[in-house]
Design a protein around this ligand. Structure first.
Ligand SMILES: *[C@@H]1O[C@H](CO)[C@@H](O)[C@H](O)[C@H]1NC(C)=O
Ligand SMILES: *[C@@H]1O[C@H](CO)[C@@H](O)[C@H](O)[C@H]1NC(C)=O
Ligand SMILES: *[C@@H]1O[C@H](CO)[C@@H](O)[C@H](O)[C@H]1NC(C)=O
Ligand SMILES: *[C@@H]1O[C@H](CO)[C@@H](O)[C@H](O)[C@H]1NC(C)=O
Length: 289
């Protein structure tokens, strides 16, 4: 039995023209844990309505395989999208590389902050915010997805603890790593890491020079405030003010971290006058020989 959560949408679409969708299917031999996670993800995601959160169009939970139909995002995940691009510079334009401007990077980050602001207003915690869990559509639209796990494709980003879930420790607040505490404020920490990934074009894993054990030890330094904690460095393409905001996301005390509402407003203000339409023009610009 399939159950459409978005009947009006489906109806209107079927009456006019076909539309592309993405279908997420749980493999039939999945373990109970994966099945439970998938059902939980379906339940959460089908209630959400925000322009920066991937929309669930329909689900099928009555029979195997379990599946979820979500809107299709043309350019795939933001991690891959960033890897495929370079910063807009005269030399990048000259070789006709795929480029993104600094304004576009901030524009994409502000959309993630906006989607997270919506979750914050519902007191809902994502737990796995990272560029790999954001999707890119037309016109640099970004939508947050994966309230469960994109953990097969990116398994190197997850730390496996015997008998426990796999954890994206490099994106996690110290209190999530050490105390298992996940809140909107630990999502804010992860947002800081996600913003760092965007501004570094996802070229390196966060704390790439630290082993998993050293990342966990680093969480201990945050906890003890012993002055030995290592922060991610300021990206080359990043204003001082934006880096300061990122560092606030990693404050030891979760109540000192900004809210998503603050972050969203801050990024909008920093990016005033930016229009994604100009990006299109840039991309089409023919290099002058
Ligand atoms: C679908 O069509 C109905 C009736 O024409 C309308 O009330 C509804 O708002 C439409 N839904 C969407 C998502 O366009
Ligand atoms: C993208 O932008 C173009 C031109 O600005 C517009 O015509 C189009 O509808 C937009 N597409 C989406 C999916 O927003
Ligand atoms: C990793 O790099 C950071 C900054 O780039 C540095 O402070 C730290 O000492 C390095 N850690 C190791 C274990 O090399
Ligand atoms: C945390 O935030 C408070 C208040 O803004 C600030 O005084 C403190 O220095 C910050 N702590 C760290 C470790 O950044």
């Amino acid at each position: 039995m399939s159950h459409f959560v978005e009947e009006d949408f489906i109806m209107n679409r079927t009456l006019s023209r076909p539309c592309l969708v993405a279908v997420k299917i749980l493999r039939t031999n999945a373990e109970d844990r994966a099945r439970a996670d998938f059902l939980k993800e379906i339940k959460i995601m089908s209630q959400l309505r925000d322009p920066n959160i991937v929309r669930v169009l329909g689900v099928c939970t009555g029979e195997e395989p379990l599946c979820m139909i979500v809107e299709y995002m043309k350019y795939g995940d933001l991690n891959q999208f960033l890897l495929d691009h370079v910063l807009e510079t005269p030399s990048a334009q000259a070789v006709n590389a795929k480029i993104l401007s600094y304004g576009c990077l901030i524009y994409m980050a502000s959309q993630i902050a906006s989607g997270m602001k919506y979750l914050e207003s519902l007191n809902m915690v994502h737990r796995d915010l990272a560029v790999r869990n954001c999707l890119v559509g037309m016109n640099f639209t970004i939508k947050i997805s994966d309230f469960g796990m994109s953990r097969i494709l990116y398994s190197a980003d997850y730390y496996k603890i015997e008998g426990r879930a796999v954890l994206p420790i490099r994106w996690m607040a110290w209190e999530s790593i050490l105390l298992g505490k996940f809140t909107t404020k630990s999502d804010v920490w992860s947002f800081g890491v996600t913003l760092w990934e965007i501004l570094t074009f996802a070229r390196d894993q966060p704390y790439h020079n630290l082993s998993d054990d050293q990342v966990i030890a680093n969480a201990g330094h945050f906890y003890r405030s012993d002055g030995q904690q290592i922060l991610l460095p300021q990206p080359i393409v990043c204003s001082r003010e934006i880096y300061d905001m990122m560092v606030e996301c990693w404050n030891r005390s979760d109540c000192e971290r900004p809210t998503f509402k603050d972050i969203h407003m801050f990024l909008l203000r920093k990016n005033m006058g930016y229009n994604p339409k100009d990006e299109k023009l840039n991309q089409l610009k023919v290099p002058v020989c």
